[in-house]
Design a protein around this ligand. Sequence first.
Ligand SMILES: NC(=O)C1=CN([C@@H]2O[C@H](COP(=O)(O)OP(=O)(O)OC[C@H]3O[C@@H](n4cnc5c(N)ncnc54)[C@H](OP(=O)(O)O)[C@@H]3O)[C@@H](O)[C@H]2O)C=CC1
Ligand SMILES: Cc1cn([C@H]2C[C@H](O)[C@@H](COP(=O)(O)OP(=O)(O)O[C@H]3O[C@@H](C)C(=O)[C@@H](O)[C@H]3O)O2)c(=O)[nH]c1=O
Length: 308
Amino acid sequence: MKILVTGRNGQVTRAIMECSKAQGHKAIVLARPQFDLATSDVSTVRRLMSAAAPDLVVSAAAYTAVDQAETDEKRALAANVGGAEQIAICADELRIPLIHLSTDYVFSGENGCPWREHDEPAPRSVYGYSKLLGERAVANACSDHAILRTAWVYSPFGTNFVKTMLRLAQRSEAVSVVGDQVGNPTSAHDLAAAVIAVGSNMVRSRDPALRGVFHAAGMQEASWADFAKGIFDLSRSQGGPHAEVIEIATADYPTRASRPANSRLDCSRLASVHNHALPGWRHSLPGVLARILAESRSLSVSAEVTRR
Ligand SMILES: NC(=O)C1=CN([C@@H]2O[C@H](COP(=O)(O)OP(=O)(O)OC[C@H]3O[C@@H](n4cnc5c(N)ncnc54)[C@H](OP(=O)(O)O)[C@@H]3O)[C@@H](O)[C@H]2O)C=CC1
Ligand SMILES: Cc1cn([C@H]2C[C@H](O)[C@@H](COP(=O)(O)OP(=O)(O)O[C@H]3O[C@@H](C)C(=O)[C@@H](O)[C@H]3O)O2)c(=O)[nH]c1=O
């Protein structure tokens, strides 16, 4: 299968590139500078997509800076709604199945149980709102779509909560982390495997039951504080940075964007329709952490060699 994925250095894009290669698929990127989500016109996207002639398009690129989006609404909407819609329009015109990635932050968080696909979204942040409008634009523009809502993505790539915690532990003995927001930490590589599994099914069959919205997140829940404790326990056992976690309330960690208290996603539709489940973070974090630590050690060794 030939997969065209948007973005270049994004966590999910890079994981899709690696997983595709490992599974014998060919993945290519649609990325800056040729393609800019916020400013490219539809004719440019059509030309690039048509020249690539993929079997599947994966719309992974997005404006993901949650706090920054609160004061940068125009750019967040241009990328997450306008950019997402252009990809969908072109995939539809060229009759290519499309997988679009979305987020747990479309939900309010005010619910006692994990969110199902048909639950009413009510985003609390500009980022969540822009992703919800993006979902709607994609669904309107392209009938042959699957929208995968994921959550709390971590990987060896780019910026994410795991890397932030390790960085903070290098300079402090204790880190304060909110314990009253719960969700499903998701390894980008596990998500990439899910994207490829869903995409393969869509390419193989035009069955409408394989399309629509799916929740696709790691199967174990945690609060951010639980997750931080898990990160430091593992890092300590692998000789990496670690810190004490001081569990605090959301009110004690003010941020520009409000985040859902309950972000948990019920992924049973993905399991029943696509026969696919994403492993939990306790299974996947050790491998990701080992890779982050190994890469940072080899970076410090090469910096040391350069200094000498
Ligand atoms: N990270 C998370 O915790 C979660 C992410 N998601 C969704 O999953 C998807 C992938 O997220 P993730 O990989 O973590 O994101 P990252 O923040 O790691 O990467 C963002 C990607 O979007 C690209 N991008 C941003 N702005 C533009 C633009 N104007 N033009 C072209 N490309 C642009 C970046 O391009 P470049 O490489 O050029 O910088 C990069 O590849 C997104 O749709 C996100 O909303 C959903 C839930 C959780
Ligand atoms: C760095 C830090 C964060 N926090 C809190 C703030 C916030 O409530 C929570 C997570 O903070 P972050 O800013 O790292 O994560 P955030 O950017 O909110 O992550 C989100 O990204 C987007 C793209 C998504 O789609 C979501 O699924 C989610 O993964 O942890 C602490 O309590 N202590 C800390 O030291």
